[in-house]
Design a protein around this ligand. Structure first.
Ligand code: PGA
Length: 260
């Protein structure tokens, strides 16, 4: 497996369907930028709802440290697809990343085949897919490994070796998300075990000499556990959701990544 010197950590804030007004979205973004003034080493991405992206892009011009991501994108560039937004449209307003295959979208009907099409289309538009994988629950038979393997096999099917390294894979165990009822904490050891497994699937699929996707972790990331996941979780970054709506806490996570 090819290794490369990737000192840069990635922190991606997933705002989900928040906040409720553009004014609040701009305020949150401005506050995040204030928190990130000293930042140098970390790749920081904020993913607001579609409707705020263009305005927030304008705010981000004064601070090139933060890139923008969308939380989904459809397939293609234009066409008769009521309600959808294409990756080309996002790229045209300066969006650089797109979260694809999030478990909350899978709950709404997405599946591995539709996610595969979306990943290919995002790559063709020059966006960086942040492709989410993760099992709903852990069982004694360890069949959760098969769930993640199938997600990777199908969703990355047909993607060429030279594009694969552009993808970021986010391991998000659904049972550990802050929004999951009766959730449990995932540990850095749980994350490490899965990160090793994902790397093995990728190198089997794409070859040991191929530059592979970076892997990040998401699921109730906070300032309290960020350092542990980054140090002992076998991942290159984090995808906080709920905590990314708090500029100080999100900035705190970036600072932890900076100081490792
Ligand atoms: P959480 O969300 O940090 O609120 O658990 C992460 C995610 O769903 O991407």
């Amino acid at each position: 497996m090819q290794t490369r010197n990737r000192v840069k950590k990635i922190i991606i804030g997933n705002w989900k369907m928040n906040p409720i007004t553009l004014k609040d979205a701009e305020k949150l973004f401005r506050n995040i930028m204030k928190e990130l003034l000293g930042n140098k080493k970390t790749e920081i991405i904020v993913c607001p709802p579609f409707i705020y992206l263009e305005n927030i892009k304008k705010l981000s011009r004064s601070n090139q440290k933060v890139s923008l991501g969308a939380q989904d994108a459809f397939v293609g560039d234009v066409g008769p697809f009521t309600g959808e937004i294409s990756p080309e449209m996002l790229a045209n307003i300066g969006v650089k990343y797109v979260i694809l295959g999030h478990s909350e979208r899978r709950t709404l009907g997405e599946n591995n085949n539709s996610i595969n099409k979306k990943i290919k289309s995002a790559l063709a538009s020059g966006l960086v897919p942040v492709f989410c994988v993760g099992e709903n629950e852990r069982d004694g038979n360890h069949s959760y490994f098969n769930v993640v393997k199938e997600q990777i096999e199908i969703c990355l099917d047909g993607i060429s070796k030279n594009l694969i390294s552009k993808i970021i894979i986010a391991y998000e165990p659904v049972w550990a998300l802050s929004s999951t009822v009766n959730r449990k904490d995932a540990t850095p050891a749980d994350c490490l075990e899965m990160a090793i497994f994902i790397k093995k699937i990728l190198s089997d699929k794409f070859g040991v000499k191929t530059e592979l996707p970076r892997i990040i972790y998401g699921g109730s990331v906070t300032e309290r556990n960020a350092g542990e996941f980054l140090t002992n979780g076998g991942v290159d970054g984090l995808l906080p959701g709920q905590v990314s709506l708090d500029a100080k806490k999100f900035g705190g996570i970036v600072k932890i990544a900076e100081n490792l």
